[in-house]
Design a protein around this ligand. Structure first.
Ligand SMILES: Nc1ncnc2c1ncn2[C@@H]1O[C@H](COP(=O)(O)OP(=O)(O)OP(=O)(O)O)[C@@H](O)[C@H]1O
Length: 936
């Protein structure tokens, strides 16, 4: 059966001929990849979409002529087939209400739907088209892992974009670069397939009855646009009331929605899957509408219909990985041979490192570093930054990157607490200083897989920067909800650092460097000065000197970051600073209020989006997540970065690392530790084929790539670090001077215990519904330990329970739940952090209590057969054992753990604890039932 284009009153036909920007990305792609989804693009007026501006009260003039076999025809009394209009169609459709089994999408034969999508189509439509042209039922069938339905579905999805599914794990190297990228693109599609299958299964496990009520929206389809060449449709949904906060959060570009017409049965066969392509805050809040792209063709009756709409999942990271893997820019980065696992390039010039290492022998750290900066920047020295001092290995790592040739890839392995962040802050400062001498200032992009890692690094860099002396333009780009929410916590993440005191103009807060709040933070700064001149204002607490400095800083930020600043603004800012200077020396205040009012008014007229590209282009250092590096703001500004640094690179999949390669960096510095937890990949088929593997893991272990290991740790008390160093790092990690000092263990510890203790608990594990485990005897011991800590510390340290002081880590979610509910009874539930190992990566605390949970019945036969599950994963074990600064309390059944299947590390841990005499046996055994009465 061939396809047909229906014609109806309010149906608009959109030409989907490729719509390319100079960078080769479509407008739709830009919209979707906007991390902040603040596009002001009204529905649908993209200049490149060859559609008249939509007027719902006018008939479209661009409707295509109906094909002869249009299904929206009816046989008249004379037996002739004639075309029926949209309103007639809607009337007939209403008559057919609740007709079961009638397809919602226009009938197009499956073969046509499975054809390869045209390469001229933009990457967004290719990615979602590959996935969402399949029936929702097929995703549901594929969720059942015992069936082979997933394979058939994956094959079809891959075929639509010219890729091949495959059955063996990825090889370490491929001779043909295209194969390297294509195989990974197929795995990214499988991961996306799995996300849709899993979420649909969750929704449909009781035949749709459990559709999440809280998230469900009841909306009206206001407009349906046809895109004939691709057989795609766009629905504009309207809401008759305001979207709730939760709904606003869900309606973001890249979210996959399931839509069911309300006159149909709630049935998987009546589900249409689509992806949100627009939905900026303004459209959502003011016009109460957003657009969903359906990768199938919808008949006209889909318009003016009531729908039940439910968000399913978001695939924005997968889309960006797919875009990177299929982009020519990525395959052309200068260090692509290193990526492909080719020969290790000669990428290091050690001369300067040599000098520094020579100097190091004199044991005068400060001099060494200063000499380096004097060489780099003789006049300014390091006055712009408080650059952290580095140990010799860190120094070697820093210089290796800073002096590396173009087109090189540098790998650094950073075991726990070895100063990766410290090293990176030093590198970024020095990179900027070095760049001051260059003709064209270099542009550094600093990425990490998670928002948390990005904010920690950005906050540490800002702290090192002297804002009065340094003109470095720093920018933070990404998702406001996640980055700015994390930023306040990030100050507290590391060591004993506390949030910086609120500076008078809060100038170097995350908001002040965040792209999408940048101009607002400047306006707020001026408003703060303005409020001084309002009689009786709190701001009178500031001195005129403070206001003068504040005005100077704000003016400097404006002119540095926006070189083409309008003359009017420039003059106003300068005048303000001059006036404040006069006031400082006793001059009159008169007229300053009006001047400020005018300045704020002019600044407010700045079109937010118009400055985003300019800020990106003038930035010296940009921080963002790997996924955000694929965002529209970078592509639209056609940004090219000079170099790229990726922190926590071993916790990202390779496709994720490739996303920023689209910005064509010359050199890459990847810092991470493949011996800690890798990226989370949920499809077990993609995992089996190697999607979880990081660039570090493949290059270090399979391609023998040259790398530097940071070898001094500054976090753990030596009795805590000795086992992980021996077991995971071949004793290569030494303890820093700080942790070796005798005063290091004093402070917040439980004094009755050693820095490292293994508490032997003869508990009994229970497997819960859903497969997770808990152990109530261990819950009891954990609670006892916390109570001891409370009675010891409460009086002197009211914050004794904060995440910085104490953390409970366990291997199973059911144990997290059990400990949390026991804490509730103690009134500590929302205070003490209880987390799985996976969510503890990158965290640290003074005292860490690890509950191992697993403890099968004490029979040799059972123990030998019991697989220790999560406990067999050395990377998980490494993370769990390396979070504590002063005291690590392991809680578990040592004798059982040491005998479980596949638990070599556990066995060694237990043997080591016994040898060191740190095993402490805990009280009388109680039954689970007894324990549950107290703690369950
Ligand atoms: N060369 C150094 N000399 C002295 N102390 C250092 C040095 N490098 C790092 N530190 C200290 O070690 C601690 C941990 O450093 P940092 O936070 O940089 O480690 P990290 O490797 O990023 O930690 P994580 O394992 O959480 O990623 C900090 O308190 C830092 O000040």
């Amino acid at each position: 059966m061939s396809s047909a284009t229906p014609k109806a009153d309010k149906v608009i036909v959109v030409d989907d001929s490729p719509d390319r920007t100079p960078t080769g990305t479509s407008t739709a792609g830009h919209l979707l990849s906007n991390p902040y989804y603040l596009s002001t693009r009204p529905t649908p007026t993209s200049s490149s979409v060859k559609t008249p501006i939509f007027n719902p009260y006018q008939k479209s003039s661009c409707q295509k002529k109906k094909p002869a076999n249009n299904p929206y025809t009816a046989v008249d009394k004379d037996g002739k087939r004639k075309f029926i209009g949209g309103s007639e169609q809607a009337r007939r459709n209403a008559q057919n209400k609740k007709k079961k089994g009638t397809p919602i999408t226009t009938p197009i034969d499956q073969e046509r739907l499975n054809e390869e999508l045209p390469r001229t189509m933009n990457s967004l439509e290719r990615f979602y088209g590959a996935l969402l042209r399949s029936e929702p039922k097929a995703f549901l069938d594929a969720a059942n892992s015992s069936s082979n339905a997933w394979l058939a579905l994956w094959e079809t999805i891959c075929k639509r974009v010219g890729l091949q599914p495959f059955h063996k794990p990825l090889s370490s190297t491929y001779e043909v670069p295209k194969l390297h990228f294509d195989l990974r693109a197929a795995l990214v599609l499988e991961e996306a397939r799995n996300a849709i299958s899993t979420e649909l299964e969750r929704v449909w496990k009781s035949n749709g009855k459990q559709i999440n009520k809280a998230k469900t929206m009841y909306l009206r389809s206001h407009l349906v646009e046809m895109i004939p060449a691709s057989q795609h449709s766009k629905i504009t949904f309207m809401n008759h009331k305001d979207f709730t906060k939760d709904q606003l959060y869900e309606i973001r570009p890249g979210s996959v929605f399931q839509c069911i017409p309300r006159d149909r049965d709630v049935n998987i066969h009546n589900v249409i899957l689509g992806v949100v392509t627009s939905g900026n805050r303004e459209e959502l809040e003011m016009h109460k509408r957003f657009q969903v792209l359906v990768l199938r063709n919808l008949p006209p009756q889909a318009e003016d219909t009531e729908w039940t709409v439910l968000p399913i999942t978001t695939l924005i990271t997968e889309l960006r990985c797919f875009e990177a893997l299929t982009s020519t820019a990525v395959a052309r980065v200068g260090f692509v041979n290193s990526i492909l696992g080719g020969k290790t390039p000669r990428h290091t010039r050690f001369d300067s490192v040599g000098e520094i290492l020579e100097d190091k022998k004199s044991d005068n750290k400060e001099n060494t570093i200063l000499q380096y900066y004097k060489k780099e920047n003789p006049k300014k020295g390091n006055s712009m930054f408080k650059i952290p001092l580095l140990n010799p290995t860190q120094e070697k790592a820093a210089s290796t990157f800073l002096d590396a040739d173009p087109n090189t890839l540098n790998l650094i392995q950073g075991p726990p607490g070895t100063g990766k962040t410290t090293l990176l802050v030093s590198i970024i400062c020095r990179y900027y200083l070095k760049g001051l001498k260059a003709k064209t200032p270099p542009k550094l992009l600093v990425c990490a897989p998670t928002n948390k890692a990005v904010t920690v690094l950005a906050a540490r860099f800002l702290k090192a920067m002297d804002q009065d002396r340094c003109n470095c333009n720093v920018l933070l780009v990404g998702d406001a909800d996640k980055l700015l929410a994390d930023s306040s916590k990030s100050h507290r993440k590391k060591g004993n650092q506390r949030p910086p005191p609120d500076t008078m103009e809060n100038e170097r807060s995350m908001e002040s460097i965040f792209l999408y709040t940048w101009i607002q933070s400047i306006i707020r700064g001026y408003q703060k000065i303005q409020s001084y001149f309002v009689p009786g204002s709190d701001a009178r607490g500031f001195s005129i000197e403070d206001l003068y400095i504040m005005s100077q800083r704000l003016g400097k930020r404006l002119s540095n970051s926006l070189p083409d600043l309008p003359k009017e603004i420039k003059e106003l800012t300068e005048k303000l600073t001059d006036r404040l200077k006069t006031v400082k020396f006793g001059g009159p205040e008169h007229g300053i209020g009006a001047l400020l009012e005018n300045l704020v008014k002019v600044l407010k007229t700045f079109e937010k989006e118009s400055i985003w590209g300019r800020l990106v282009n003038s930035a010296d250092v940009i921080f963002c997540t790997l996924a955000a590096a694929g965002g529209s703001v970078f592509r639209q500004s056609m940004l090219q970065v000079t170099d790229l640094i990726v922190d926590e690179a071993a916790a990202a999949t390779e496709p994720q690392i490739y996303i920023p390669f689209q910005l064509r960096p010359s050199r890459l510095l990847a810092v991470g530790d493949p011996l800690q937890l890798p990226a989370t990949v949920l499809s077990r088929y993609a995992t089996d084929r190697g999607l979880t593997k990081s660039l570090h893991e493949r290059l270090m272990y399979e391609c023998n790539y040259e790398h530097i290991i940071l070898d001094v740790q500054y976090r753990m008390s030596p009795s805590i670090s000795v086992f992980p160093s021996r077991r995971f790092y071949e004793n290569r990690i030494a303890d820093g001077d700080n942790v070796s000092s005798s005063s290091y263990t004093n402070g917040p510890c439980l004094k009755s215990r050693q820095p490292y203790t293994f508490l032997q608990v003869n508990g009994m594990e229970e497997q819960m519904h859903g497969g997770s485990h808990r152990n109530m005897a261990e819950v009891k011991v954990v609670i006892e330990l916390l109570k001891q800590l409370r009675s010891l510390k409460e009086a002197t340290d009211p914050q004794w329970f904060s995440s910085d002081r104490v953390r409970i880590i366990t291997f199973y979610q059911a144990q997290v739940t059990a400990i949390t509910s026991a804490l509730m009874k103690e009134g500590l539930a929302k205070k003490v952090v209880v987390a799985t190992v996976d969510s503890s990566q990158g965290c640290e605390a003074d005292i860490v209590i690890v509950s191992f949970v697993r403890s099968p019945p004490n029979s040799k036969a059972i123990l030998n057969q019991q697989d220790a599950g999560f406990l067999t994963d050395d990377r998980r074990m490494n993370v769990a054992l390396t979070r504590a600064r002063y005291q690590l309390l392991c809680v578990g059944n040592a004798s059982a753990l040491g005998r479980m299947q596949g638990a070599e590390t556990l066995l060694q841990l237990v043997e080591d604890a016994q040898k060191r005499g740190v095993v402490e046996v805990q009280g009388r055994q109680q039954t689970n039932a007894q324990l549950e009465m107290f703690y369950g």
